[in-house]
Design a protein around this ligand. Structure first.
Ligand code: SAH
Length: 386
């Protein structure tokens, strides 16, 4: 196995508990094959761990282990089994969940999502791409899935010099699968849907929102109706608003799957919709705001904050007293404190008093690592308007 020499900065990264070592902290990678598992050493040849090496990305090394035993098929299988065992503990009964969450499961740049008997993977670095065949073998061995497909049609692959691609890797060619979540049936389009087919990270928040939902509800940025349909049995009526016609087609099909007759959908830009509804004096008892990430880069934080304030202002103005706002941000660069600040400003402008019922984050099958801030991206606040 070849070695990559890191500088002092790289050692500091490892000592700070972060698995990424940037190219600037690599002193010598001359002998390393792109995408190979390498020994990480310092200038004195001291061993620091094993990592996936990327010849293209600014993240040159992704640490796999500090241990000095071969990172082979058995090692990989062990990590996948451990990740799956944890889901048995915390996502028992969830037919769809994230089985392997990259850094959060000590398998940086690997995502494995399970939708009932169908598995979807993403290999987001040169190293994981090289291990793809082995990963598919291990998944077949451990779970005997009906099908495995890849959703590697994501832009971050370009940073690794990898092409965007999607398609079936093993088993039957099953594109659509139904999986139950919180007692509601959802059909997932594994090849055509957003992400790997659904927003699994909101599973626990959709369940949490059930504790408060009632009356007339609005699910803004509803995608395939995740929140709308989870809340439908508790509310008089639900309106799901979404700009993507494809997403709304899924939402309608999901509504039919469950037989709800009190849910309606509207294709619209939520910013426009919220503004006109507010101006028309519409009122709701429950509102969910789950927009896409407004700040994909640090430089967008300011405009993102304006976006969050605007959405939350409209929502707060339209909520009846005693009503609930479930408001989310999946922008890593916007912290929970930032989001609370934007909503506080909105509450002041709306002349509403707001209490914080729950401060939540992504579902536990998307683990947050204490020393890896990037693993904490989703904020979900459940608020009550007094
Ligand atoms: N709440 C959903 C996930 C929402 S993801 C769930 O629980 O599954 C964000 C959604 O917002 C995406 O479906 C995207 O198509 C939609 N979207 C993005 N910009 C929008 C806009 N300006 N108006 C309405 N929908 C938008």
């Amino acid at each position: 196995m070849s070695s990559v020499t890191i500088s002092k900065g790289g050692i500091e990264r490892i000592l700070s508990g972060h698995p990424w070592i940037y190219r600037a902290d690599v002193a010598d990678a001359a002998s390393a094959e792109p995408g190979s598992v390498v020994r990480v050493v310092d200038r004195r040849k001291r061993f620091w761990g094993q990592a996936l090496y990327s010849s293209k990305s600014q993240i040159a090394l992704r640490l796999l282990t500090r241990e000095n035993r071969p990172f082979d098929r058995a090692f990989l299988a062990e990590r996948i089994a451990a990740a799956a065992a944890f889901r048995e503990q915390i996502a028992e009964g969830a037919q769809a969940c994230r089985l392997v969450a990259s850094e959060g499961d000590l398998l940086p740049s690997l995502i494995v999502d399970r939708y009932a008997q169908c598995f979807v993977i993403q290999t987001l670095s040169q190293g994981m791409e090289k291990l793809k065949g082995t990963i598919v073998d291990i998944l077949q061995e451990q779970f005997s899935p009906l099908s495995i497909l890849e959703r590697n049609d994501v832009a971050v692959r370009a940073l690794e010099g990898l092409p965007e691609q999607k398609g079936f890797l093993a088993g039957e060619e099953i594109q659509e699968v139904v999986a139950e979540e919180n007692g509601v049936k959802f059909g997932f389009d594994l090849l055509g849907g957003q992400k790997t087919g659904g927003f699994l990270d909101q599973r626990e928040n959709r369940a949490a929102a059930r504790a408060y939902a009632r009356g007339r509800a609005l699910d803004a940025f509803c995608y395939a109706g995740g929140f709308a349909l989870t809340l439908a049995s508790l509310c008089e009526s639900v309106l799901g608003v979404e700009s993507s016609a494809e997403a709304l087609a899924l939402a309608r099909r999901n509504q039919e799957l469950n037989g709800f007759t009190n849910v309606e959908w509207k294709e619209a830009n939520c910013f426009d919709f919220l503004k006109t509804s507010d101006q028309a004096g519409e009122r709701f008892d429950t509102i969910v705001l789950d927009p896409p990430p407004f700040a994909r880069h640090r430089t967008n934080v300011e405009s993102a904050m304006r976006g969050y304030k605007e959405l939350n202002l409209r929502a707060l103005k339209m909520l009846n007293p005693g009503g609930t706002l479930v408001t989310c941000s999946c922008s890593f660069h916007v912290s929970e404190a930032d989001l609370l600040e934007a909503i506080a400003a909105a509450a002041l402008d709306a002349h509403r008093t707001v209490s914080v019922l729950e401060r939540r984050t992504q579902s536990r099958d998307h683990p947050i690592l204490l020393t890896v801030p990037e693993t904490h991206y989703l904020k979900c606040l459940i608020l009550r308007v007094l």
